[in-house]
Design a binder for this molecule. Structure first.
Ligand SMILES: [Zn+2]
Length: 302
């Protein structure tokens, strides 16, 4: 018996060594060919499971700490899905409010986190460039004025409509256009049902998970763990079928028509170089450079 076990152990050891050599060679080849996926994840908070009220997403709200943890867990679900599909580099952009919501130590350690605002034109997409293979949105919400949507708004609370070349769009829409400048497709989005429908209408092919459904200002929610399972599976499925998704690319020139809520903001915005006042509370700005549009938008919405 002893001899049998010794021989068996030796065989297993040799097999293990052979496997380690093979795995290490395969790993090296993978890194050298550079075919691991590089993924950009932009994370907002209004579209996180369970969030239904502005207090839930405001630092002074009693449940904010609870929901920032769920936000971090939903982000981790996306990171895990990306890793399962072969991602080797993952950048997470915290995109809500202060941009200091995701709990750094609880974030999956395979991701790196962008916090706070740069005041540049990329905003919620800060860090995106042509080196990425795909973009993922987590916790996203529908545009201002959407029925049966949770905490629907567009950028600041001051905006009633943002349209480019005649198409009204949510934050997910103009962020997809920013990614498109670098030929990077948006492949997956999680948020409330209204957001997923808005993004599907804009992009056509995109994998989505509706973690909740608006009923007026109330919401029917999945359990957070169910949302996370769906996000993990959805992200992996999308990234394994990457060739299905196309970057959102529109030809210049771009014309932004921005509708705002109050006279003070419209008056101030009208002084930004190149901005025209085209209605009572409406500003228009045209440029061949979409980042120029986003930079002007930053000045006009304040
Ligand atoms: Zn937000």
């Amino acid at each position: 018996m002893k001899t049998f076990y010794t021989i068996r152990t030796e065989v297993l050891m040799r097999l293990a060594i052979a496997f380690l050599i093979f795995a290490s060679a395969a790993g090296t080849a993978h890194a050298q060919s550079g075919d691991g996926l590089k993924i950009f994840i932009s994370v907002d908070m209004e579209g996180i499971t369970g969030v239904v009220n502005w207090e839930d997403v405001s630092r002074t709200g009693k449940d904010y700490d609870y929901f920032r943890r769920i936000m971090t867990e939903e982000t981790n679900a996306a990171v895990e899905g990306a890793l399962a599909a072969g991602a080797t580099e993952i950048i997470v952009r915290d995109s809500h409010g202060s941009a200091r919501n995701i709990l750094p130590a609880l974030l999956n350690r395979n991701a790196r986190l962008i916090r706070d605002w740069s005041r540049g034109p990329k905003g919620m997409m800060e860090g995106i460039d042509e080196s990425f293979d795909a973009v993922i949105f987590i916790g996203y919400h529908a545009k201002a004025g959407t029925p049966d949507a949770l905490l629907e708004h567009t950028s600041s609370g001051n905006v009633t409509d943002f349209s480019i070349n005649g198409t009204s769009m949510p934050e997910a829409g103009y962020n997809a256009l920013i990614a498109g400048l670098y030929d990077v497709p948006v492949v997956f989005a999680a948020g409330d049902k209204a957001l997923t429908e808005q993004l599907q209408a804009l992009l056509g092919e995109v994998e989505t998970v509706a973690v909740k459904e608006g009923i007026g200002a109330a919401a029917l929610n999945f359990h957070p763990e169910v949302s996370q399972e769906r996000i993990r599976a959805g992200v992996e499925r999308a990234l394994r079928n990457l060739s299905r998704y196309k970057p959102l690319k529109w030809s210049p020139p771009y014309t932004l028509v921005l509708k705002l809520k109050d006279e003070e903001a419209v008056y101030n915005g009208s002084f930004f170089p190149g901005v025209r006042r085209t209605g009572d509370w409406e500003l228009t700005y045209t440029s061949d450079d979409f980042l120029d549009i986003m930079y002007a938008f930053g000045a006009m919405r304040r």
